[in-house]
Design a protein around this ligand. Structure first.
Ligand code: SF4
Length: 89
């Protein structure tokens, strides 16, 4: 094997290795992003299907009509409530 062939082989192997590392990093970043975007479970935030002292999802900054929430998972009723309630200004 000539010296030039060895150098070419090393370069090819190095490029392949870098591509694998770059691919692994992209997968890791995507995994972290997915984990960070996960919503809280209703059971962990005291979600209840009725208002609490006049507070309810429809008047919360996190509520997404007609029946979702930006930070709590699952179907969210407009007249429900949870401990993360944050009134609209
Ligand atoms: S009260 Fe809780 S579940 Fe309802 S919209 Fe606000 S954060 Fe979401």
């Amino acid at each position: 094997m000539s010296e030039q062939t060895k150098n070419t082989s090393r370069r090819t192997a190095l490029k392949a290795g870098l591509a694998v590392i770059a691919g692994s990093s992209a997968v890791a970043v995507a995994g972290r992003a997915k984990a960070q975007s996960a919503k809280a479970a209703q059971s962990t935030v005291g979600y209840q299907a009725k208002p609490n002292n006049g507070q309810q999802c429809s008047t919360c900054t996190q509520f997404v009509a007609p029946n979702a929430c930006q930070i709590v998972d699952g179907v969210i009723a407009p007249d429900a409530w949870c401990q993360l309630y944050s009134p609209k200004a």
